[in-house]
Design a protein around this ligand. Structure first.
Ligand SMILES: Cc1cc2nc3c(=O)[nH]c(=O)nc-3n(C[C@H](O)[C@H](O)[C@H](O)COP(=O)(O)OP(=O)(O)OC[C@H]3O[C@@H](n4cnc5c(N)ncnc54)[C@H](O)[C@@H]3O)c2cc1C
Length: 596
């Protein structure tokens, strides 16, 4: 994402004589890096699965890229017919839609499923009329919303009012945090509301305290606290205060309360930035639309080509090539190099000055001095039954009491423990743990054949444990050894634990019998496919020690002619943040290139 977006921005802003070339280690079918989908064919049926993202947030960041760089007119003369999937006629296509990217809001945003079988839906936008929904759909959503309010009030007295109050505080954090700390653009107009919320009730909502401290002052129910903070996982942090660490852990593994802004981003009913969307056709379509944007701007892309070394003068590469004649190594001189490979990997291998890592081929290693977000074990399951009890986005949480809720995050808390954190070595079944399930067919029926379903289950786990000697081996050998850190017994245990938890839902009694196909990704897979440090899909964590100015920036100290873009650099992980980072990096690149 970072590479495609930066390339499109640079090429669309400079004279046509400027050449921009992307070198991508994977083939065309894996376009988009972590952001993409793949198909599984069983008999005559095709099942679509996401390899990475499934939640499309900050929709306007996607729109903005196409508005800024698109060559295709957002409206077309010949297309003046009503599009069945959209509330607008296609004569009013947005710039993103002109490139085939249609984003559909998921209402409700999430279903939360607790381990005792309690379920609750959250994320109902106040305005439902503009989403292109039928009257029937709207009525159904209104019923769900009423149910949700009743359930919130059942969890604790005035639960709905407290929930609303919490989201309003988080919305003030979002309105101030997004421009000032994420987009790096000063917006003082948002500061008063931010300060009012931060200082309310004797500063009980102070944004830099542990997230759980703020939640304790607002809610009594462990379930409400869990629901209000599960998004901390996306930034690689746990919500609960860690008394063993300075500041309750906010410098490293515990989310500061300001990360409640993620809850507002997904769930606030009226904030204009809020909402969870799904790209029609899956996240593959996001990558395809960005690829077309690049081609329209005459960006060139060479697939199957790994960069093995970056210098200030250019890059060494090794190419698999489309045919044998193309295979081989080479050096490409460049006026400026933008590195989208994950920073902890890139700095340890392709930018490292260590003599053992010469330009003689692909290596895999990473800098393990950083703090990382959690790893993930992903099950991509294709079923011969529809899984109607699931929404598009579902979080399964353990929160029957406060102890279980805290313990369900131990995979993040214990990540530094040498070798054997709980979900890496000891059985998961019966233990508290949280996981996420994506069912694309709920919003986009093209994801699975009729009467069938495809789901992606993401279970947080430990990242890879670094073995420095493996960095000296050829890449394939090192990766194969790293993959062994997640063995069959461990995977079987996690699978059983997930199936047990899914069984609290109606109609899920025979999941085993109806499972047609399974694809599993572990941290070893993400390391293999994308060269991410430690195999962790969400990159560096976002504790205060690795946030904003303390997170690696675009300009490495070691190389004057290289810029970094991507999830482990500023502002951070997730497609929209990578797109914001790409915009800032493109501005720096354009300035540098104009000076040449
Ligand atoms: C399971 C999972 C779930 C996720 N869920 C969400 C979500 O719901 N919403 C969301 O917004 N984000 C989500 N993310 C995060 C999101 O995918 C990433 O933040 C984003 O895609 C990162 O983009 P990037 O450009 O930084 O990195 P990448 O996508 O990793 O791109 C880097 C590219 O560089 C290539 N490369 C690496 N090394 C070399 C080399 N030596 N030579 C040539 N090419 C090289 C890689 O192959 C890759 O294509 C998820 C990720 C995963 C894996």
């Amino acid at each position: 994402m970072g590479g495609l977006a930066t390339a499109a921005r640079i090429k669309s802003s400079l004279p046509s004589t400027t050449e921009v070339l992307i070198l991508e280690k994977n083939g065309r079918e894996q376009l988009g890096g972590r952001c993409g989908s793949f198909n599984v064919t069983v008999g005559n049926g095709t099942f679509r699965h996401e390899r990475g993202p499934s939640l499309l947030l900050l929709k306007e960041e996607y729109e903005r890229l196409f508005e800024d760089c698109g060559k295709r007119p957002p409206t077309t003369k010949n297309d003046n017919v009503h599009d069945a999937n959209s509330s607008r006629s296609s004569s009013s296509k947005t710039a993103a839609e002109a490139y085939g990217l249609q984003m559909k809001q998921c209402i409700p945003a999430y279903q939360v499923v607790f381990d005792d079988g309690d379920t609750i839906s959250v994320g109902f936008p106040r305005s439902k009329c503009s989403q292109g929904l039928s009257i029937e759909d709207i009525k159904q959503i209104q019923i769900l919303e009423q149910e949700s309010i009743m359930k919130l009030n059942k969890l604790e007295p005035s639960g709905f009012d407290k929930w609303t109050e919490y989201l309003n505080t988080c919305a003030a954090f979002l309105d101030c945090g997004l421009p000032n700390f994420i987009e790096e653009r000063l917006d003082v107009s948002t500061l008063p509301a931010f300060m009012v919320e931060a200082l309310k009730d004797g500063a009980k909502r102070w944004p830099l305290q542990p997230h759980s401290t703020m939640l304790d002052s607002l809610f009594d129910s462990p379930k409400l606290k869990a629901m209000a903070s599960f998004q901390d996982l996306y930034v690689g942090l746990e919500p609960y205060k860690n008394d063993q660490q300075l500041g309750g852990g906010v410098l490293r593994k515990t989310a500061p309360a300001v990360f409640g802004l993620l809850a507002a981003l997904e769930l606030h009913p009226t904030n204009e930035k809020a909402g969870v969307f799904a790209p029609v056709g899956g996240f593959r379509q996001v990558a395809e639309s960005m690829y077309q944007l690049c081609l329209d701007n005459a960006v060139k892309i060479k697939f199957d080509t790994s960069v093995t070394r970056i210098t200030d003068d250019g890059v060494h590469f090794v190419s698999k090539g489309e045919n044998e004649d193309d295979e081989g190594r080479g050096f490409l001189p460049a006026d400026l190099i933008i590195c989208n490979a994950d920073i902890p990997f890139a700095t340890e291998t392709i930018l490292s000055s260590a003599s053992s890592l010469s330009n003689d081929g692909d290596k895999y290693d990473w800098n393990d001095k950083f703090d990382y977000s959690s790893g993930v074990i992903a099950f991509h399951w294709s079923f011969s039954q529809p899984l109607e009890a699931l929404n598009t986005h579902n979080v399964f949480m353990s929160a029957k009491d406060s102890k279980a809720a805290v313990s369900s995050w131990s995979v993040l808390r214990d990540a530094d423990t040498e070798g054997d954190t709980r979900s890496a070595k000891t059985p998961l079944k019966g233990q508290p743990f949280n996981f996420y399930v994506h069912r694309a067919s709920y919003t986009d029926e093209t994801a699975a054949p009729p009467g069938c379903d495809s789901i992606m289950v993401l279970v947080p786990c430990r990242g890879l444990v670094r073995e420095p000697d493996l960095g000296l081996l050829p890449r394939d050998e090192a990766i194969s050894k790293y993959k062994q850190q997640f063995d069959v017994d461990l995977i079987n245990d996690v699978r059983e634990a997930v199936i047990e938890r899914l069984s609290v839902l109606e109609g899920f009694e025979f999941l085993h019998d109806n499972l047609l196909d399974e694809v599993i990704d572990t941290p070893g897979t993400y390391a293999d496919y994308y060269n991410v440090g430690g195999g962790v899909p969400f990159g560096l964590s976002h504790g205060l020690g690795q946030l904003s100015l303390t997170r690696p920036g675009a300009e490495p100290k070691t190389h004057g002619n290289v810029l970094f873009v991507g999830a482990s650099s500023r502002p951070g992980n997730g497609v929209p943040l990578v797109l914001i980072g790409a915009k800032l990096v493109a501005q720096k690149a354009i300035k540098k290139l104009q000076r040449i």
